[in-house]
Write a protein that binds this ligand. Structure first.
Ligand code: PLP
Length: 379
């Protein structure tokens, strides 16, 4: 996938969209799949009951291949917070133990742990951002025999600085602490393999980097975590649920693997085919190729920022797809608002403007960003 894929999207030529960390645009194919899915529901008399099953299986298989898992390890979750809540419900935390998170972590991966800490008498420790951006070192300094779990992302959502998960995982394994990963800001655009990192749970939504619909995502559970208690007890996750006539012959057994954690109405007839259409693109491109393509763009942006005297994270701390640029004391909100008028769309997180390109961006977008930024920075 060496070329820009803008032709697969409906992005006007005067818009420079560098804000995928906020919301990914839907590829045209995904929109068509969603429209077809809505039409299925428009005419339910021609909809076979079989529609409830094969698309879910395909959707799980596509996501599993992105993280090196098996389909049976995957459940459908409507949000990252749903997946995190499932993990929190099923991980044992004892009084006096600690839960390690990152400073300024996204709230969906904080509130569930605050509740867990309140309910169990555990303590939350927030690993600090260091000047050299070595998050793993900050995290590992907190890990000891008293650590119940670590719940972090692969990158910090505000600026894309990378967390060395292999190092964090080794430290967790050494003391028997669980590891929960929020992959929302990295899966699809950064290689990640569950067999290397060996996490207990991984959550992601698809509406950002996986270019899918809103309210649709996945939860990976390690095989040893697949006999837990789901957040909901829905009919379709039970063994034999494809026999609609027999649904009132209640059964205690769940379907295989992590199926028990699937959200209610997991077969959503519009969102499932949309997620499939988007993930099929990643299957075609490969995550490695996407990461390489984006790394070229963010490197170019980082070089240009440094030339302008602005500050960015050093190369070894940067992810391929996100770059926080600090503006030497200029108000990032005011700059982003001015840039939006010129249809250059970025976000502000903390004290940085954050650019977040995807496969529909090219070098011309990075040039345009800096031309407009220079104009906006002029007094
Ligand atoms: C790191 C991270 N996790 C999760 C989410 C979304 O969480 P939820 O699906 O609970 O709304 C976001 C949204 O910006 C995010 O940046």
């Amino acid at each position: 996938m060496p070329e820009c894929q803008k032709n697969l999207f409906d992005i006007p030529s005067d818009v420079t969209y560098l804000n995928c960390a906020y919301m990914g645009p839907l590829p045209n194919e995904t929109v068509v799949a969603g429209q077809r899915g809505i039409q299925v529901k428009q005419h339910p008399w021609s909809m076979p009951t079989a529609n409830f099953f094969p698309d879910v299986v395909r959707s799980k298989a596509l996501f599993a291949s992105i993280i090196g898992a098996k389909s049976d390890d995957i459940s459908i979750a409507p949000s990252a917070s749903y997946g995190i809540a499932t993990a929190a419900k099923n991980l044992v935390v004892k009084k006096g133990q600690s839960i390690v998170l990152l400073d300024e972590q996204f709230p969906s991966n904080v509130y569930a742990w605050r509740r867990k800490a309140r309910e169990t008498g555990a303590e939350i420790k927030f690993a600090k951002r260091r000047d050299d951006y070595d998050w793993a070192l900050s995290i590992v300094e907190f890990i000891d025999e008293n650590t119940a779990l670590v719940a972090v992302g692969h990158v910090h959502w505000t600026d894309g600085s990378v967390i060395d998960l292999a190092k964090v995982s080794r430290a967790c394994k050494a003391v028997g602490a669980a590891l929960v990963i929020d992959g929302t800001q990295s899966l699809g655009v950064m290689p990640f393999d569950v067999s290397l990192i060996q996490p207990d749970f991984v959550v992601t939504v698809v509406y950002k980097w996986l270019l899918g619909p809103y309210s649709y995502g996945y939860l990976y559970s390690a095989p040893k975590r697949q006999n837990g208690i789901p957040l909901e007890e829905n009919w379709i996750t039970r063994k034999g649920s494809d026999n609609f006539a027999g649904l009132v012959d209640y059964v205690d057994d769940y379907g295989p693997g992590a199926e028990r954690y699937d959200q209610g109405e997991r077969s959503n007839f519009a969102l499932t085919p949309m997620a499939i259409a988007s993930l099929e693109l990643f299957e075609k491109w490969s995550v490695h190729a996407v990461a390489d393509y984006l790394e070229n763009l963010t490197d170019k942006a980082a070089d240009a920022a440094i030339t302008l005297g602005l500050s960015v994270a050093p190369k070894q701390a940067r992810s391929p797809h996100m770059l926080g640029i600090r503006l030497n004391g200029q108000d990032p909100q005011a700059i982003a608002a001015k840039m939006a008028v010129a249809k250059v769309i970025i976000s502000v997180r903390g004290t940085a403007v954050r650019i977040a390109p995807h496969v529909y961006n090219d070098e011309a977008d990075i040039d345009r960003f800096f031309n407009v930024l220079e104009d906006c920075l002029r007094p």
